[in-house]
Write a protein that binds this ligand. Structure first.
Ligand code: AMP
Ligand code: MN
Ligand code: MN
Ligand code: MN
Length: 282
C-alpha cells in the first residue's frame, strides 16, 4: 500500500467541542467509512481522546491524539493549529488549553449581547444548551441556535450573515499566541499542522508571513487536503508545502452528519509528491 492510498483523516470534532457525535460514535463512523488512521482534534480540548482511543482499540482502528488550538495572529485574525501525536499528559499543554477555553464563556456573553441588538434574543442560553459547558461554547453552537430560531435553514449558511468577522454576532477575542500553541504541542512531543489554510482572510503575503513564523517556531505540517478546500486551494497549498518543506495532512474537519461538507475519510488523495504527515505518526 503506498502512503497516498492510506485513508488518513487527521481532523474532526466530537461532542467534547462542537461536533455532533460522541468520541466513540465518531470512531465507529470512521471505521465504517474505512478510515485507516483517525485523529480526533477538538477545539482547545483533549478530554475526548481517552474515550476515542479506547473505542478505536476495541474495533481495530488506528488512532492518534489530536487537538485544534485557536490562535490569534496579526490584526485580530484567528488561525487554527492542529497538534497531532502528542503526549496528552503533558502538563503545560493541559494548562495552556484550559486557559484558552477559559476565554470562551465571556466571549459568548459578548456575542450574545451583540446578537441581542439585532433581534436574536437569548443566544447565550440557546448556545449553551447545545454546548453543555460554558468553556466549550463555539460559534457553531450559536449557529445551531440561530437555525433553531428559523433565521437560516442550515448551520453552514449562518456564518456569512451572523457570525463571520464583520457580522453582528462576531466579537474579537484573544486566543493563544502562535508561540504558545507551538511550544505546548512540540513540548508534548507532537507535530504542529496549519489547519485549513484556505479559510483565512489573509492576503497571500500575510499568509506566507504566517507560514514562515510557524516554520521558525518548529511547525511542520499543513492541511493540503481539507474539507474546506476546493481543487484550486489544494493545488495552492501543495505548492506551499513544497516551498516551505511542510509535511502534508489530509483533514475532513468533520463536525457531524448534515453539518459538514465532507464525511469522515471521504477525501481526495494527497498529491503524490508530497510527504504525508502520517509517515511520522504510524
Ligand atoms: P469558534 O472557535 O467559536 O470561533 O468557532 C469556530 C467554529 O465555527 C469552526 O470550528 C466551525 O465549527 C464553525 N464555523 C466557522 N466558520 C464556519 C462556516 N463558514 N461554516 C460552517 N461552520 C463554520
Ligand atoms: Mn468547529
Ligand atoms: Mn478550524
Ligand atoms: Mn476543526
Amino acid at each position: 500500500m503506498t502512503p497516498t492510498h492510506f485513508n488518513a483523516d487527521l481532523h474532526c470534532h466530537s461532542t467534547v467541542s462542537d461536533g455532533l457525535l460522541a468520541p466513540a460514535e465518531l470512531v465507529r463512523r470512521a471505521k465504517a467509512n474505512e478510515v485507516d488512521l483517525l485523529a480526533l482534534t477538538d477545539h482547545d480540548e483533549i478530554g475526548g481522546l481517552a474515550e476515542a482511543r479506547a473505542e478505536a482499540a476495541a474495533i481495530g482502528l488506528r488512532f492518534c491524539n489530536g487537538v485544534e488550538v485557536s490562535v490569534s495572529w496579526g490584526d485580530d485574525q484567528t488561525v487554527h493549529i492542529v497538534g497531532l501525536g502528542f503526549d496528552a499528559a503533558y502538563a503545560p499543554l493541559i494548562a495552556g488549553l484550559a486557559k484558552v477555553r477559559g476565554g470562551r464563556d465571556s466571549r459568548a456573553q459578548r456575542m450574545a449581547a451583540e446578537l441581542d441588538k439585532v433581534g436574536i434574543h437569548g443566544a447565550y442560553e440557546g448556545a449553551l444548551k447545545y454546548a453543555g459547558n460554558p468553556a466549550l461554547i463555539s460559534r457553531a453552537h450559536f449557529a445551531r441556535y440561530i437555525v433553531e430560531l428559523g433565521h437560516a435553514k442550515e448551520v453552514k449558511y449562518v456564518f456569512d450573515s451572523w457570525l463571520a468577522k464583520g457580522k453582528p454576532g462576531y466579537v474579537g477575542h484573544p486566543w493563544a499566541t502562535l508561540e504558545d500553541a507551538l511550544s505546548w504541542i512540540r513540548g508534548a512531543g507532537g507535530i504542529a499542522v496549519i489547519a485549513h489554510p484556505g479559510r483565512y482572510r489573509l492576503s497571500k503575503a500575510e499568509l506566507h508571513e504566517m507560514f514562515g513564523a510557524f516554520k521558525e517556531l518548529g511547525g511542520r505540517g499543513i492541511e493540503v487536503i481539507s474539507g474546506s478546500h476546493g481543487d484550486d486551494e489544494t493545488q495552492e497549498y501543495a505548492r506551499v508545502a513544497r516551498k516551505f518543506g511542510f509535511l502534508a495532512s489530509r483533514a475532513s474537519d468533520f463536525h457531524g452528519p448534515g453539518e459538514s461538507w465532507i464525511d469522515l475519510g471521504k477525501l481526495p488523495e494527497l498529491p503524490p509528491d508530497l510527504t504525508p504527515v502520517w509517515t511520522e505518526l504510524i
